[in-house]
Design a protein around this ligand. Structure first.
Ligand code: GLV
Ligand code: GLV
Length: 337
């Protein structure tokens, strides 16, 4: 019998067709959130699954499974996967790095520019029909210039580097903070200078967060960090909800202790802190930084590449391109031999 693959989110039909050439596909036709119980039942009956960031794959969901061999995550961040539990069960996990780097870097810039120049608020005002008859003043809608300012990047992986490279066109001074220093050649390409976190907070006019979510990074930007930032600063989060303390951020924005914010991710999304929804100096987007036509297709194709390779099909058979725990495959092969 053909292996069976569950696809937890509706995907591009031609991408599903690539899977269907080799395996039996059970693809969700409608977008919905799955409970732990549903995940457990679905995963029990398949050899592989393609899951989304809202699907939490942990020990409780995996317990007792023997058939499942691979879980492909539709996203670069994989804090929805308990990688230790997957590895313990001998299940390969993969994510979608690289293919989304440039699109997410573009989007970080979209949020920086929109928040600094009040694109969202002024557009809401125009759509509300307030322009005619308003006698708009010469000094209305004044924002913050982006060019020539200091850009701080917290988390200098591939996406952070993409954001930094774009800053050259805006003649910005780029600072970064990261667990480890970048190779000198990369620093030169990005024209970025390593500083400690305190200096990054103090000097940045724009602070962009591109860290992975880990327990240590929870509330990496909370009330104490916000208090160290310039009152005019713009904070952008394209990383994960929970890296920012959204309640503390809303208070800082409301009280004028921070200039503006651009947020693509939220603590407890799809719920958004109600105070953020009330504020005009924040641009709010529904986790769409990787959502360009080309990039979402590339992510779906990469997830499918990983599934097919892990199940032994195609040119990459046995070598899933973006495995998170590739040692699982070696163990499995040794066990069979
Ligand atoms: C999106 O948030 C991703 O991790 O790819
Ligand atoms: C993180 O994985 C990044 O690409 O920056």
């Amino acid at each position: 019998a053909k292996p069976k693959v569950w696809v937890a989110r509706p995907l591009f039909p031609d991408v599903l067709a690539r899977l269907a050439e080799h395996v039996e596909v059970d693809a969700e036709a409608v977008e919905r959130r799955h409970t732990a119980d549903e995940l457990r039942r679905k995963l029990a009956g398949v050899d592989a699954a393609v899951v989304g960031l809202a699907d939490r794959i942990d020990e409780a969901v995996l317990e007792g499974h023997t058939r499942l061999k691979v879980v492909a995550n539709l996203g670069v961040g994989f804090n929805n996967l308990d990688l230790d539990a997957l590895t313990r069960h001998g299940i390969l996990a993969s994510n979608t790095p690289d293919v989304l780097t440039e699109s997410v870097a573009d989007f970080a810039w979209a949020l920086m520019l929109a928040a600094a120049r009040r694109v969202g608020a002024s557009e809401r005002w125009l759509r509300a029909g307030q322009w005619p008859g308003s006698h708009m003043r010469f000094d209305d809608w004044l924002g913050l210039d982006v060019h020539g300012r200091t850009l701080g990047i917290l988390g200098m992986g591939r996406i952070g580097q993409g954001i930094a490279r774009r800053a050259a066109g805006f003649d910005m001074n780029v600072l970064y903070h990261n667990r480890s220093r970048l190779p000198e050649m990369v620093e030169r390409e990005c024209k970025a200078t390593l500083v400690d976190k305190a200096e990054l907070l103090r000097r940045s006019d724009f602070l962009v967060l591109v860290l992975p979510f880990t327990p240590e990074n929870r509330h990496a930007i909370g009330a104490p960090e916000l208090a160290r930032m310039k009152p005019s600063a713009v904070l952008v989060n394209v990383a994960r909800g929970g890296i920012v303390d959204d309640a503390a951020l809303a208070a800082a924005l409301r009280e004028g202790r921070l200039g503006a914010a651009g947020l693509d991710v939220f603590e407890g999304e799809p719920q958004v802190h109600p105070e953020l929804l009330m504020l005009d100096n924040v641009v709010l987007c529904p986790h769409i930084a990787s959502a360009s036509e080309e990039t979402r297709r590339a992510m779906a194709n990469l997830a499918v590449d990983n599934v097919l390779a892990a199940l032994g099909f195609g040119e990459m058979a046995g070598k899933p391109p973006t495995a998170l725990n590739p040692a699982v495959l070696t163990h499995r092969a040794a066990h069979k031999a």
